[in-house]
Design a protein around this ligand. Structure first.
Ligand SMILES: Cc1ncc(COP(=O)(O)O)c(C=O)c1O
Length: 429
């Protein structure tokens, strides 16, 4: 017997291996002079330094209030914040708090909305169960699904988001194949999708809820509406949430966050859950942390109950609108002589989705990625990561470009470098 025997890790830890997000973070750290259009971080300059400072002062100007915030909270989160969130959601839904038809017990506060997504996946999926995702989609959630051993099936989208007919067709196919009983969840990012910037068309929202209810034959087929970018709207139509189309409030799980509109460092996200899911999600969360940071929740409740939040979000949107326009203008300028390179114009969010000719692959191992990162010092997120791996719908010639972190000069320079890299790559074929 050797002195040191190798550790043996769980199946789940194997499923969670080799995450793209870790590779990207590592690349960013190792290549500091690279202009990153990959990082999904938010705009530094508009982080709410003053608003948070004032909220901390307010919270700490009375010992009783401060002690409450410094104590453990509850698993589902601070009642004070959950009450504020009902008001916040009613404002977003353009209704009264009563018309929301959910009380605070349906609100579960999490460490960013990422934790909510992971808890929902944990609560629903046994290995081999199926999640249908609007593809391309948020690649970190694809990692979560792999991590619980779920099977992920890509559903076709177009420039108006998930196609209801494609969803219907896939459900019918799974039914015929005897696999409908394994389908537990439909996942979509409803506003300014990460990565494509696309928003789900208004008329499709109700259709998708209706399809989920109609195909709930073996068990409830939930829809997870990830509304992470909802508040980052720069122009275009203000759309109702998918959650708002679920009149009985038993099918759609709404995931929202303050990371994009306020501060990701505060790590406050939340879910508005169908009644039956609250218990399982809180039980799992109890095993993890029995409550996200109570202090941060009190801080955010203080901000929301002041008059500071709404104008702050307006300022954030102004800053991002300028950056989005800078990226779109730079793309027009730098790619004007390459009509085979195309991109979508987002009405909000943080991303522009760019396609190069089919023959040019953009993945981490590709010549394109290497040329961009090593020779031209610019980085993007390869589009192929945003599809379930091996899916027949997976495209390999796309890039996600973020205008969140760079200032307008950095965006212009980043796109200039990217165009040079694409031109060099095209000249090789
Ligand atoms: C679509 C989407 N959902 C959820 C998240 C998770 O964000 P957070 O945990 O900061 O709320 C992100 C983060 O970038 C995202 O892009």
């Amino acid at each position: 017997m050797p002195d040191v025997v190798a550790p043996r890790f769980s199946q789940r830890s194997q499923w969670a291996k080799d995450q793209a997000i870790s590779f990207l973070m590592q690349q960013a750290v190792e290549n500091r002079d690279v202009i990153s259009l990959a990082a999904g971080l938010v705009d530094e300059a508009s982080l709410p330094v003053i608003e948070c400072g004032q909220a901390v002062d307010h919270l700490f100007d009375e010992a009783g209030k401060a002690r409450q915030a410094l104590q453990y909270g509850t698993t589902a989160g601070s009642d004070r914040l959950r009450e504020q969130l009902r008001i916040h959601l009613a404002r977003q839904e353009h209704c009264t708090v009563d018309e929301l038809k959910v009380d605070t017990s349906r609100f579960v506060l999490t460490t960013g909305s990422q934790q909510l997504l992971a808890l929902v996946a944990d609560a629903l999926f046994d290995p081999g169960d199926i999640c249908l995702v609007a593809a391309p989609t948020y690649f970190v959630f694809l990692g979560v699904l792999n991590g619980v051993g779920a099977r992920t099936i890509a559903i076709d989208t177009d420039e108006h988001g998930l196609r209801p007919e494609a969803l219907e067709t896939e459900l019918a196919r799974l039914n015929v194949a005897g696999e409908l009983s394994k389908v537990k969840l439909i996942y979509l990012v409803s506003y300014y999708e990460n990565p494509s910037g696309v928003s789900l068309a208004t008329e499709r929202r109700r259709q998708i809820v209706e399809i989920a209810k109609r195909w709930s034959r073996y068990q409830r087929l939930f829809v997870l509406e990830d509304a992470a970018y909802r508040e980052l709207r720069y122009d275009g139509e203000e759309r109702p949430s998918v959650w708002g189309c679920d009149d009985s409030r038993d099918t759609v799980i709404l995931a929202q966050t303050f990371s994009k509109s306020f501060s990701p460092g505060v790590r406050v996200g939340y879910g508005v859950l169908p009644a039956e899911l609250v218990g399982p999600v809180c039980d799992l969360k109890g095993n993890l942390d029995f409550g996200s940071a109570n202090l941060n929740q009190h801080l955010l409740a203080t901000v929301l109950s002041s008059s500071k939040y709404v104008p702050h979000v307006a300022d954030v949107c102004t800053a991002y609108r300028t950056k989005r326009d800078a990226m779109l203008q730079a793309l027009d300028r730098e790619f004007k002589d390459l009509p085979e390179v195309t991109w979508l114009r987002p009405e909000g969010g943080l991303y522009v989705w760019l396609s190069v000719p089919d023959r040019i692959e953009t993945g981490f191992a590709s010549e394109m990625f290497h040329l961009a990162a090593k020779s031209h010092r610019v980085m993007y997120v390869p589009g192929e990561l945003c599809y379930p791996s091996g899916s027949p719908r997976q495209k390999k010639n796309q890039m996600r470009l973020s205008f969140g972190v760079q200032d307008t000069a950095g965006i212009a320079e980043g796109i200039k470098r990217l165009a040079a890299a694409v031109k060099q790559r095209l000249s090789q074929n």
